[in-house]
Design a protein around this ligand. Structure first.
Ligand SMILES: [Mg+2]
Length: 443
């Protein structure tokens, strides 16, 4: 492990590492499931598009089989060919890695940074779909995302009941009671991140227990808990007054997790802590369960339509917030590119400028954490802000359950102790962090 700014990127080069097992086993499994999904929808494509649908299904499957073979045999990373708006960025990124590689062979699945090739796989899955109209709008991950939502409905109902009940008493609340609600809903949003279909390679992964009742038991598994600092940041923007106080939530997964994010966002607005929420999602299906614009709207519609008083009340409120512009949904091609976030200022300056307008940025989940920290082999005790390497558009909070071999900001010996007790502590999603950095405060 390295503690300097040149900590090497995690890679499948290290045989037996989580990155290695991901490329070797988990990614081919995900591609196989995508192929199965497309195949299972063959009749639907025929009904909708006739022979053209069947032809497109065959061609997409053939591209995906080729992709799976490229992964399994460590073939070079290829340029994209679908002519979409992010194509140049991807191909330039490949050239950048080719020149870094020099004469040490090609940029390939097992030799190059894990973050890069894993992102690239999802972009290639999308290419296989996009190149094949009329099925080019098909979301290959949709079934899993909707299933995860429906299977978590009891948990969602419990959460909405908590929120709507709390709203009834909101006027007489003391600051401590307000803080207590905040901590609970922040932690629910944190643990909502356990429900991730990419890590289970598409296996069902929903929330069955009441999310509020399990919080106390889960508390010991939060390895870094900066929630007091996040609260202080919210309070300081509240007391500055006059200006629009905006929180941005950079989303991770659809299903139960995005519901927990919406409940937190509803709480922040309806209790007067902030006046605007910007949600950032993905512009195409990504990492199996990530939120797209369609998923976002679908989730709100389903919550509104639920046969549960408080759930539908919450859904109606969310729809209203969107209509009034109190909430807004944004996507940007950068979120579905392989770059570390420290590249954002140069590679997506428009997005960086947008994020500077927020008073607080909440980054959900593991992939955002990997990109925040560059997915590098950092020493566990290196400071969070060091790993951010200059990415500091606004105060940043990462809410993440651990699903990859990168973790910074721990106490001396903490990571080593966990490693000796539980070899898979970094990837089991049993542990979590609430990590905060405010570039405007003296540390
Ligand atoms: Mg995800």
């Amino acid at each position: 492990m390295a503690s300097d700014s040149e900590a090497p990127p995690l890679s499948a080069k290290v045989v037996g590492s989580f990155a290695y097992l991901t490329i070797k086993d988990r990614l081919p499994t995900i591609i196989t499931k995508v192929i199965d999904t497309i195949h299972r929808n063959k009749n639907k494509f025929f009904e909708e598009y006739g022979e053209d649908g069947i032809e497109a299904e065959k061609k997409a499957i053939s591209l995906l089989s080729k992709l799976r073979n490229e992964v399994q045999t460590d073939k070079p990373i290829l340029e994209l060919t679908d002519g979409l708006r992010d194509l140049d960025a991807w191909n330039q990124y490949l050239q950048r890695h080719e020149s870094l590689q020099g004469d040490k062979g090609s940029v390939s699945w097992f030799k190059s940074p894990w973050l890069y090739v894993e992102c690239y796989m999802y972009r290639r899955i999308q290419e296989a779909i996009w190149l094949n109209p009329p099925i080019n709008e098909f979301d290959v991950f949709n079934e899993g995302k909707t299933q995860s939502f429906f299977e978590s409905q009891q948990a969602t109902a419990a959460l909405c009941t908590y929120l709507e009940t709390a709203k009834k008493d909101k006027d007489g609340l003391s600051k401590n009671q307000l803080f207590d609600h905040f901590i609970k809903l922040l932690q629910v949003s944190l643990w909502g991140n356990k429900c991730d279909l990419s890590i289970s390679a598409g296996q069902e992964n929903s929330q069955k227990d009441s999310p509020l009742e399990v919080l106390a038991n889960l508390k010991p598994f939060i390895l870094v808990d900066d929630s007091d600092k996040v609260w202080a940041a919210l309070m300081s923007c509240k007391s500055s007054g006059g200006t629009v106080r905006r929180v941005d939530i950079v989303l991770d997964n659809a299903g139960f997790e995005v519901v927990t994010d919406m409940v937190l966002a509803d709480f922040l607005v309806s209790f007067g802590l902030v006046s605007e929420i910007h949600f950032h999602g993905k512009s195409f299906p990504w990492f199996v369960s990530d939120v797209t614009a369609k998923d976002f709207e679908w989730t709100i519609r389903q919550t509104m339509a639920a046969n549960h008083k408080w759930m539908s009340k919450s859904g109606v409120q969310w729809k209203k917030y969107l209509k009034e512009g109190v909430w807004s949904y944004h996507d940007h091609p950068f979120w579905t590119q392989p770059h570390e976030f420290c590249d954002m200022l140069v590679d997506a300056p428009d997005l960086y400028t947008k994020l500077q307008g927020a008073d607080l940025l909440l980054f959900k989940g593991d992939l955002n954490y990997r990109k925040l920290t560059g997915d590098r082999d950092w020493d566990f005790t290196i400071r969070f802000e060091t790993a951010l390497r200059g990415f500091e558009p606004s105060p940043i909070c990462s809410l993440r359950t651990l699903k990859a071999n990168v973790q910074v900001g721990l106490q001396p010996g903490q990571g080593e102790k966990l490693g000796s007790e539980e070899p898979n502590w970094m990837t089991s999603s049993k542990y979590a962090v609430i990590q905060f950095y405010d570039p405007y405060l003296e540390q």
